[in-house]
Ligand binder design. Structure first.
Ligand code: HEC
Length: 124
């Protein structure tokens, strides 16, 4: 009887850890990345309409050598960390006026955090 109770508590806590976690999730981010896929690949060296995003976190904006950035992006002097990437994905044209990335932005903080996590995880 006592053992059953303990099992129940352990199972209960386990599912809480799986579902009750508000932090970023690469699996969910993979779904969000579908919105980016038409223009971006995470395979090293594979540029599409937009530059390749492999290992982008921690890099300065406009670092992909064989990609033709807008001068706005090339001169932005941004470095992609959680904060700059978050602002960029919320409203690209607000952060970099004159960018040629034709994407309106993501509305939910959660989507932004998840997709950043996915980009990170896919760059390992
Ligand atoms: C319609 C095509 C399109 C979509 C959709 C799109 N992008 Fe872009 N993205 C671009 C283009 C084009 C650029 C280059 C912008 C410039 O040079 O001004 C770019 C640039 C970027 C950069 C800067 C890269 C660097 O090398 O500095 C990041 C980061 C980025 N996009 C992330 C995303 C993410 C994440 C999504 C999905 C949430 C997304 N983009 C959706 C076309 C797109």
């Amino acid at each position: 009887m006592k053992k059953d109770f303990v099992t129940l508590v352990v199972v209960g806590l386990g599912s809480l850890a799986l579902t009750g976690n508000a932090s970023a999730d690469a699996e969910r981010g993979k779904q969000v990345f579908r919105k980016c896929q038409a223009c971006h690949s995470l395979e090293p060296g594979d540029n599409k309409v937009g530059p390749n995003l492999h290992g982008i976190m921690g890099q300065p904006a406009g670092h992909v050598e064989d990609y033709a950035y807008s001068s706005a992006m090339a001169q932005s002097e941004l470095v992609w960390d959680d904060e700059t990437m978050g602002e960029w994905l919320r409203s690209p044209r607000k952060l970099v006026k004159g960018t040629k990335m034709a994407f309106p932005g993501l509305r939910k903080d959660e989507e932004i955090e998840d997709v950043i996590e996915y980009i990170r995880a896919s760059s390992e």
